[in-house]
Every structure is written in C-alpha cells, then in structure tokens.
Ligand binder design. Structure first.
Ligand SMILES: [Fe+2]
Ligand SMILES: [Fe+2]
Length: 305
C-alpha cells in the first residue's frame, strides 16, 4: 500500500459490521456525497460539480493522433457483433467494449431513475443517496461518450435496448431490498474491478502511439472511478451478514453472465482474474490518491495514521 494512504490498514469489502455502524456510515456517505457531487440538477439527471468537470474536459478537447483504421467497424459492431471480433484491432475492440459496458449501465440507470422517488419526495437518507447515486451514473455516460469522441467517433448514439433487456432492467430496481441489495452491490464491485483492468489496458494499447489520448482516457476514467469506489462502499453498506455471504457467492456467475454479452471482453481481459480480484477486493488495490478523493465505510479501515 502506498505510504500516503492515511489509514493504518484497510480491510476486505466483505468485512462484517453492525446495524448501528451501517446507520452511521449512511450519514457519513451522505455528507461526502453532497460535498463531492454538488447540487442535484434533477431535470437534467446531473449534478453541479459533475457538470463543471465535464465542461473542463470540453474546454480542452483531446483527439487521438490517428483515427481508427476503419471507424465503420465500431459503428457496425458496437451494439451487437456482425463481424468476427477476432479479426478486429484491439483499440477498436476496446472502444466497442466500453460502449457495450456503458450501454448496459445506461439502460440500468434509466430503469432505476423511473423507479426511485424524486428528491422532493425522498423520506430517508438512503433514498436521497440513491437519487444522487443515479445522477452520478448518468454523468459517467457523458464521460464514456467523451472517451469515444477522443477517437473521432462523433456519431455515437446510445441505442435503446430490446424489450427483454428493458423488462429485466425495469423490474430489478422495483424488487424489495433483500433481493436487490446483493446484486446491486456486486454490480458496483464489477464496475470498479472492470475499470481497474481497463485503466491498465489504456497503457498497454495507447501509451506509446497515442500518449495524449491515453492520458485523456485515464483522466476521464479517474473521474468515474472515484465515484465508483464510493458506490462500492455505499452499496456494501446496505447489506447485512446473510447478504454479504450471498454477494460473495454471486460474483462469479454475475461476472460470467454479464461478460458473455460482450464477446470482445474475453479478447481484451482476463475475466477469471477480474473475478478473483472482486472476491479479494480491499482498498489497498486502489491508488491512495483515489481513496482520498473517494469514500469508504468505517469498518473497512482502521484509524488514522
Ligand atoms: Fe457506474
Ligand atoms: Fe456506480
């Protein structure tokens, strides 16, 4: 662990905790969330500080030195593969993978946004947290969009899902907490681990040939990861002892089902390694600066250094 991390020790995300600790942690997260994300702009599904950061990126656009070898390959395959992914260059594969991952996210949060009460009707701190959490997720889609534009992909559209996928994502957020909390937590954990692997892939594929684009992708992903790291802890905080066992058990099947819908993921990443990383996840695997910008539950860390 880096020396700059201010906590003596960090523990597994699956560490046990009491109900009282969870209640305190919701309040501490809500405090953090308001400072971190700013004011909720509900009509725009946005947040004031997220909007400022997006503007900063827009004011200093970065484009890759070379466009993709054939951008039409991206447009033809970003929703479903029509070509053989094995014949496609890795940068294009990475971008279709990002699109597919983000599209799942977009469909999921759109269903959840309609199912959660608007801020004015939120009764509990958990409801308020969930509303702001979703607005943050919408801001991530805007950042993913920027990643694609960095590679001159200016015609990207977020294609609505088919009826089956729509029905799944619309039903999920309406399930009672005891059914929904464990998979919602594992989904956040999957996002965080996927981004850790994606962050390394940027360097592998782009550092030499596209240093500016590589750096911009890291910056955009960093913005997303700080939020996702906080979401991992926040969603963990919804779960009691039974749910935490269930979550651990659910990691492998959930990762496998999710990535089976993104065939290029197997060509870019070691999915089994991702599953292992998720099972062993603690905050020492994340850069200390990122942990400092983000939030973690009190029962996953020990004291101040
Ligand atoms: Fe997300
Ligand atoms: Fe998230």
């Amino acid at each position: 662990m880096s020396e700059t991390l201010k906590y003596k020790e960090t523990y597994s995300i699956f560490s046990p905790c009491s109900r009282e600790e969870r209640e305190k942690n919701f309040l501490s997260y809500w405090d953090f969330s308001q400072r971190h994300a700013g004011e909720l702009l509900e009509d725009d599904k946005d947040l004031s500080r997220k909007r400022e950061k997006l503007r900063d990126f827009q004011n200093q656009p970065v484009r890759s030195r070379a466009p993709l070898p054939d951008p039409e390959i991206f447009y033809r395959n970003c929703v479903t593969w029509h070509d053989d992914p094995k014949t496609v260059d890795k940068v294009t594969l990475m971008l279709t993978c990002i699109y597919k991952f983000a599209r799942h996210e977009w469909v999921g949060i759109s269903g959840a946004w309609d199912a959660t009460p608007p801020m004015a009707q939120c009764q509990s701190v958990e409801d308020k947290i969930s509303r702001v959490h979703l607005a943050e997720e919408f801001s991530h889609i805007r950042l993913f969009h920027k990643m694609l534009r960095t590679f001159h992909l200016d015609k990207v559209e977020w294609v609505p899902p088919g009826p089956l996928m729509q029905a799944v994502y619309r039903t999920f957020p309406r399930l009672p907490g005891f059914l929904m909390d464990a998979p919602a937590f594992v989904t956040e954990l999957m996002g965080m681990v996927f981004y850790q692997h994606l962050d390394r892939l940027f360097d592998e594929l782009l550092r030499e040939k596209e240093p500016e684009a590589c750096q911009r992708l890291h910056q955009l992903l960093h913005e997303i990861m700080v939020d996702e790291l906080a979401h991992v802890g926040q969603r963990r905080n919804f779960i009691g002892p039974v749910g935490i066992k269930l979550s651990k058990w659910m990691i492998a099947p959930l990762f496998k089902v999710f990535f089976s819908d993104i065939p290029e993921a197997r060509l870019l990443f070691d999915i089994d390694q991702m599953i292992d990383d998720a099972r062993r996840f603690d905050y020492s695997t994340v850069p200390a600066e990122m942990v400092k910008e983000s939030w973690l539950p009190s029962y996953c860390m020990e004291g101040l250094q």
